[in-house]
Design a protein around this ligand. Structure first.
Ligand code: UT7
Length: 331
């Protein structure tokens, strides 16, 4: 993009918990049905982290595999970014815990909070560092254990989320490959629609706040849905325009895996066939910042992404935020 350095993803990986919670399991927990969840969201089951596990555990697993899939060693990584809204603790950054565990001794580390858009935000950050020549290799992780922050008595949110992580190494790639453009955005006027009200500087976790589940996810689903339908299509159109590409030139869109109806609206908007959109939300639910890299890793393993393919990653989330990136796959 600048300095004549092209940056791109040189490896990708993911890690999800073993434990599966199906819609039928959820029927025993709240007043819901498999039929309602599948028809309203497309989700059939999700993965739940075991007691005692933390977001860093999955970030470390995914990060380790991503590095192993390159010819680099952990010491070669210059920066670790963890996109998350469910870090191990309010501070330190989960990225620092990951950096230490992976032996990335020469790396700087920070977390990036942009909700479910976080991993694409982090890719664009890595792109800026690599193309400017500041850093050569960046480990970009999206990791969230949102089920830790779920109000299990709220049937309109608890059926949506799952746990996991995905990771990529971003580095210089051959000219003509890698990132072509990004489109990031935020509309903070919608911050109130998706939040955890207590536990930050605004409102401490008092016994009253805990009793009202204010330490857990609060969402006005309809508002987020309307926002998502609007911005996901627009973000795709803008990133395509910035890169000079048309929808027909795209080989695969990897969207945030929140709701099949939101994905279908983008399919319609871009006028592409459904099989140009990678969907795995039926298996994992909404894994927040991890959803796009988990899907991208699966698509690569399935042979649905190959060297030279034009790939669009697009997401939306708390903030409210959105992010899209377009790239020519480099490996
Ligand atoms: O990564 C970003 C995260 N957020 C999202 O992607 C969420 C976007 N929003 C959505 O996906 C949708 O808003 C939901 C799938 C969460 C909900 O769909 P909706 O069409 O917005 O439903 P609603 O919340 O307006 O509720 C409609 C009805 C209500 O019943 P009444 O009042 O009409 O009788 C709810 O009580 O559906 C009821 N309902 C349920 N029924 C069975 C809500 N949750 C459930 C449930 N099972 N789990």
């Amino acid at each position: 993009m600048c300095n004549n350095i092209s940056a791109g993803i040189i490896s990708i990986s993911s890690a999800v918990p073993e434990h599966v919670l199906t819609n039928f399991d959820m029927e025993k927990m709240v007043d819901t049905t498999d039929e309602w969840i599948r028809s309203m969201t497309g989700i059939e089951e999700r993965r739940i982290a075991a007691e005692g596990e933390a977001t860093s555990d999955y970030a470390i697993k995914a990060g380790k595999i991503a590095i192993e899939r390159t010819n680099l060693s952990p010491e070669d990584i210059d920066l670790v970014i963890v996109a998350t809204i469910s870090g191990d603790m309010p501070f330190p950054a989960t990225a620092s815990i990951v950096q230490d565990a992976l032996g990335c001794k020469n790396a700087a580390a920070f977390d990036l909070a942009a909700g479910c858009s976080g991993w694409v935000y982090a890719l664009s950050t890595a792109n800026a560092y690599v193309t400017s020549g500041i850093y050569k290799r960046v480990l970009v992780i999206g990791a969230d254990l949102l089920t830790r922050l779920t109000n299990w008595e709220d049937r309109s949110t608890c059926i949506l989320f799952g746990d996991g992580a995905g990771a990529a190494v971003v580095a210089e790639v051959e000219e003509g490959c890698g990132f072509m453009a990004f489109e990031l955005g935020s509309d903070g006027s919608g911050a109130r629609f998706l939040k955890i009200p207590a536990g930050g500087s605004l409102k401490p976790c008092t016994p009253e706040a805990l009793a009202a589940h204010e330490d857990k996810i609060y969402m006005e689903g309809r508002e987020v849905f309307k926002f998502a339908v609007k911005v996901q299509g627009t973000a795709c159109e803008k990133v395509l325009a910035k890169s000079g590409m048309t929808p027909n030139q795209v080989d695969l869109v990897v969207p945030h895996q929140a709701n099949i109806r939101i994905i279908e609206s983008s399919v319609k908007r871009l006028g592409l066939p459904m099989d140009k959109f990678y969907v795995n939300l039926q298996k994992y639910g909404n894994t927040s910042a991890a959803s796009i890299p988990i899907a991208m890793d699966e698509a690569v393993q399935d042979g649905k992404i190959k060297k030279g393919d034009i790939i669009v990653a697009v997401g939306f989330g708390a903030g409210l935020t959105w992010a899209a990136g377009i790239m020519k796959w480099a490996f």
